[in-house]
Design a protein around this ligand. Structure first.
Ligand code: HEC
Length: 126
């Protein structure tokens, strides 16, 4: 009997804790499931970055449909040319809003390679 009357109080303490744990799981780090960068830059772009930025860097999927978390059109050379390499390296490593941080996946030199060998080339094609 005593247990039954205690139950609701225990639940009311437990519930917020469960909700907190749940929301932190849902909000979790989107880059956490991604592998470490292994030096194959094109492969990593396709596997880890293209899900948001599009294989072609224009924030669209292969059917041309805009991706929900794209954030920036790297093929827009007018806009891209106003951006500094150092800022792109920083955002790649540290993240920004929905852009996940990749500092646990690659070095600063790796991030610079993504800027030079991938991102800058998207704009250069146009
Ligand atoms: C989960 C989706 C997602 C993934 C995965 C992702 N990005 Fe992003 N990225 C974004 C979003 C959203 C923004 C825009 C952030 C903002 O400005 O609020 C962004 C912005 C950027 C920017 C800055 C562009 C600007 O506004 O000047 C760079 C550089 C960048 N991403 C590089 C990368 C690279 C390199 C990878 C893979 C190693 C990657 N991103 C993976 C979502 C993603």
């Amino acid at each position: 009997m005593a247990n039954l009357t205690l139950l609701p109080r225990r639940l009311s303490l437990l519930l917020p804790a469960l909700l907190l744990a749940g929301s932190s799981l849902v909000a979790g780090d989107p880059a956490k499931d991604l592998p470490k960068f292994d030096g194959d830059i094109q492969k990593y772009w396709t596997n880890a970055c293209a899900r948001c930025h599009g294989v072609n860097g224009n924030g669209r999927d292969n059917n041309g449909t805009p991706l929900p978390d794209a954030g920036f059109d790297f093929t827009d050379s007018r806009k891209a040319n106003r951006k500094k390499d150092a800022d792109w390296v920083k955002i790649t490593l540290q993240g920004k809003d929905k852009m996940p941080a990749f500092k646990d996946k690659m070095t600063e030199a790796d991030a610079q390679r993504f800027v030079t060998e991938i991102l800058r080339k998207f704009a250069a094609r146009h």
